[in-house]
Design a protein around this ligand. Structure first.
Ligand code: URP
Ligand code: ZN
Ligand code: ZN
Length: 480
């Protein structure tokens, strides 16, 4: 059994930061020691890693990824291998990927395919959410089975994408009721897909096919309306825990804030692209380059009536946004995104980002938007608690998995295809971003997987995590 001692770092957790050492035996943390305590106790380690002047944080937990996601005849370009290596490069040591079921398919068949794709191919640990793209008796029964037997207790539904993943309100209510009865959580893609489809057809008929029209046909009010409706349906379904994914807009967030003020088990996630990028500098670029940033919900304008980014940062501070994930769903420009150079509605939706989440949200610390502790809480600890992986993941504490990152606050990181970029795409959504702070070392279950700017881990090291139920409810049995 190997012993590792990470010495003299500033150890960050949601409850504070303390100077000290992390003692690791094999795959687990065995002690957090005060400075010099390891000398006093005469601890002998196989490897001593000096973290003086550095932050020591839990490995990042990204609870929203789509590796190898099939979309029509295309497949998202990161495999479980390339995507989890990219994650490791950015200090993320756990992902929760979205298994996808379409109408008419058996949930268990899709799950078997996902296990096949991921098993033996991940560099870091991973769990699964289940997308229910076709709510019917079979998929409702499968939800119970997944909770009981498979360690999958969070189900994503879509109010967007009619004809593909969309569920109507009746189907949503049924799935919510089933989730409530088995203690599970509903994840919601909250955009009014029916109204959006009308706007898309009208824009195309007017010849408005440039990338910017992707955003202009998905106004934030349709995200806010869908968010409101999802919250109302979750109340009717017995206050089932509801988690709104990839929130992009201040007016949608206001709906979550209202529900939370009323004591509801309603939670929300945002992503770095909504916190940092604007419509004008992405989809609004001249020509067709904007296709690289087509995702749903869209990146919002800096000139909207709502100050979306300021609202999202405040939401993160106030806990109306509890989690930052990436919605990592990369497509190459060549032969994938470029399908829609003449029609934004033909572009596969999604951005890459699993590598850069920790770096980009750390910029919120640098900019004074978040504390160090809140950075760790929203990117590591709460995602682990929200999705039943705590305290194994998301915290540096005795008994936890030794998933750890040494972060150099004095370092800098340049993002871009010629700089730091490990996702399997032929461009970076973050090209040219030069950010403060750098990942110096990454450990997954006690094994160093990245150091001295080299990935030294192993594809196949990552293990599947059977997750517990949500550990983050406002109250497990609210009475009103
Ligand atoms: O554009 C996006 N977000 N693509 C990934 C699928 C989803 O809706 O999360
Ligand atoms: Zn979605
Ligand atoms: Zn997604």
């Amino acid at each position: 059994m190997a012993t590792t001692l990470v010495r003299n770092g500033l150890i960050i957790s949601p409850t504070g930061s303390i100077a000290g050492d992390v003692l690791i035996h094999d795959e687990r943390i065995t002690a957090i020691l005060m400075p010099d305590e390891s000398e006093r106790l005469g601890i002998v380690a196989d490897r001593v890693i000096d973290a003086a002047g550095k932050y020591v944080i839990p490995g990042g937990v990204d609870v929203h990824t789509h590796m190898e996601l099939p979309v029509g005849d295309l497949v998202a370009s990161d495999t479980f291998a390339t995507g989890t290596i990219a994650a490791a490069w950015g200090g993320t040591t756990t992902i929760v990927d979205m298994v996808t079921q379409l109408a008419g398919e058996r949930v268990q068949d899709g799950l078997a395919v996902w296990h096949e794709k991921a098993a033996g191919n991940c560099a870091i640990d991973y769990g699964f959410h289940q997308i229910i793209g076709g709510v019917d008796e079979q998929s409702l029964l499968a939800m119970e089975y997944l909770v009981e037997k498979e360690g999958i207790n969070s189900f994503k539904l879509f109010m967007a994408y009619p004809g593909r993943l969309y569920s109507d309100d009746g189907q949503i209510l049924q799935a919510m009721q089933r989730a409530a009865s088995c203690g599970a959580m509903i994840l919601m893609h909250a955009e009014n897909g029916m109204a959006i489809d009308v706007l898309v057809q009208q824009a195309r008929a007017r010849g408005e096919t440039a990338p910017i029209y992707h955003a202009l046909t998905r106004p934030s009010v349709l995200e806010a309306e869908a968010t409101h409706r999802a919250i109302a349906l979750s109340e009717v379904a017995g206050n089932v825990p509801l988690y709104i994914v990839h929130m992009s807009a201040g007016d949608a967030l206001a709906q979550v804030a209202l529900a939370r003020q009323a004591g509801r088990n309603v939670f929300a996630e945002t992503c770095p692209q909504y916190l940092w990028l604007t419509l004008e500098e992405t989809l609004g670029r001249p020509g067709t380059e904007g296709v690289k940033w087509i995702c749903s919900p869209p990146i919002r304008s800096a000139h909207d009536a709502h100050h979306h980014q300021a609202d999202l940062w405040r939401g993160l501070r106030m806990n109306d946004l509890a989690v930052v994930a990436t919605d990592h769903c990369p497509f190459c420009l060549k032969d994938q995104k470029d399908r829609g150079l003449n029609d934004f509605s033909a572009v596969p939706n999604g951005l890459s980002g699993v590598e850069h989440r920790m770096e980009l949200i750390y910029q919120g610390v640098v900019a004074g938007e978040l504390s160090l502790e809140r950075w760790v809480e929203t990117c590591c600890t709460t995602p682990a608690r929200m999705f039943g992986m705590y305290p194994r993941k998301g915290i540096l504490a005795p008994g936890s998995d030794a998933d750890l990152v040494i972060w150099d606050p004095a370092g800098t990181t340049e993002i871009g295809v010629e700089a730091k970029h490990h996702s399997q795409t032929d461009y970076s959504n973050w090209e040219g971003w030069h950010v403060d702070g750098a990942v110096e070392l990454v450990m997954s279950r006690g094994r160093v997987i990245l150091e001295q700017n080299r990935f030294v881990g192993r594809v196949g090291h990552g293990q599947f995590i059977k997750r517990e139920l949500c550990q983050y409810l406002v109250c497990p049995n609210p009475t009103s």
